[in-house]
Write a protein that binds this ligand. Structure first.
Ligand SMILES: Cc1ncc(COP(=O)(O)O)c(C=O)c1O
Length: 394
């Protein structure tokens, strides 16, 4: 079935489905009553699907936030950045050394947080280049690190880090493995248990197509133990709203310490129902199929991709503009072709565009969006080969 209407192909916030929008329009309920505890239980259970954790029932009073694997999910009122800050501030003490390798804007944000709450060692790779795993191994082998924190899927440069290799190193060197999974959880294979990750963060508005302004964290038993121990020792970072100890106390009762983002939670729970229905692995496969099509199509048409081959993301693709084209193309694409993609950030502004392949975007929308991108480039004087766009997504 062909797609008509606009094409919204950005790496989040993505479009929300009707059930999610309607759920957010539900008349508000009390924050502490049984109705909201039902919502939280459903949300917790859906989050465990997205995080690829062992299932929970989604029924009030059954400890829906946890499961057989021991991981707990915690809902955060705030965007992904708030959730990431919560982890860095609570899990580490100011003197703890944390290694943060980066190759884009959001990794650098993790480094800035580490600098604020712990003792940072930042290994800065060029944007879009893969990490040098030998250098990271050598650094960890020094034996002075408490943690390794990464942005798993670097949305600014469309590169996915080799989390399995980094996880293996963290285990060998007894270092806490922390992931910003804001554009990976729900869209790419994420394996918190196999990676023995201590904490993984997700944002609702990305791969799970939920509302902006709400996020979640999955934490291991070790994370909970260490965070509590640090508090008892009395040299933890100062936090109040983002303190995880009250959240740990409320979790068993399907509650949050402060007034929850009630209507956002209702919307997100409905969006996660759609993920459950599709199946998390099927969603990974759909995202991968769309990204693979975009990569092959634009490469065959002569465009260059920013990220190193072999680690290109399946939820976002970064494509360099050809000679003579800048963001005026994106404006034209939006205004004349009803199609939105996103631009480059910081030094890459005006030099490239990024195509999101996450959330519930149907393949037909991606096909139609790519046709329109080609038409817009052609209109602006770029000479492109005559390619059958649909074939790339078959
Ligand atoms: C990988 C990654 N990390 C962090 C963020 C920041 O998340 P938020 O804007 O939800 O705070 C983003 C947003 O695009 C992101 O893509």
């Amino acid at each position: 079935m062909a797609h008509d209407g606009d094409c919204f192909l950005v790496p989040g916030p993505v479009r929300m489905n009707q059930a999610c929008l309607e759920a957010m329009a539900t008349p508000v309920m009390t924050a502490r009553g049984s109705e909201f505890r039902d919502v939280m239980a459903g949300l917790n259970s859906g989050l465990r699907v997205a995080f690829n954790l062992s299932p929970s029932e989604g029924v009030r009073g059954t400890e829906s936030w946890t499961g057989e694997d021991g991981y707990k999910v915690i809902v955060v009122s705030g965007s992904g950045t708030a959730a990431m800050e919560m982890i860095m501030a609570n899990r580490f003490r100011p003197g703890d050394r944390v290694l943060v390798p980066t190759n884009g804007k959001f990794g650098e944000r993790v480094a800035h947080m580490a600098d604020r709450f712990c003792t940072l060692k930042h290994i800065q790779y060029e944007w879009g280049r893969s990490f040098d795993l030998y250098e990271i191994e050598e650094e960890l082998a020094k034996g002075c690190y408490e943690g390794l924190a990464i942005c798993h899927n670097e949305t600014s440069t469309a590169i996915t880090q080799d989390a399995a290799a980094l996880a293996e190193m963290c285990e060998r060197h007894n270092v806490a493995f922390i992931l910003d999974g804001i554009t990976s959880v729900g869209g790419l294979p994420v394996h918190p248990e196999a990676w023995k990750a201590e904490a993984v963060v997700m944002g609702a508005q990305k791969c799970t197509a939920g509302p902006s302004g709400i996020a979640a964290i999955a934490v291991s038993e070790r994370f909970v133990e260490r965070t509590k121990a640090i508090r008892v020792q009395g040299d933890s970072n100062p936090v109040y709203y983002l303190d995880m100890i009250p959240a740990f106390k409320k979790g068993d009762d399907d509650q949050t310490p402060w007034t929850p983002a009630i209507n956002l939670a209702m919307g997100w729970s409905a969006a996660l129902d759609a993920l459950r229905e599709e199946g998390v692995e099927a969603r990974w496969a759909r995202c991968a199929k769309m990204a693979d099509g975009v990569r092959r199509l634009f490469t065959d048409a002569g465009f260059q991709l920013l990220a190193d081959a072999g680690q290109r993301s399946d939820t976002v693709t970064a494509i360099l503009y050809p000679e003579g084209i800048d963001d005026a193309w994106r404006t034209r694409l939006k205004e004349h072709y009803g199609t939105q993609v996103i631009g480059g950030q910081d030094d890459l502004k005006g030099k490239m565009f990024r195509v999101g392949s996450m959330g519930e975007t149907p393949i037909e929308e991606m096909v139609e969006g790519c046709r329109r991108m080609f038409a817009c480039f052609a209109e602006m004087g770029v000479d492109l080969p005559d390619l059958n766009v649909e074939e790339y997504f078959a």
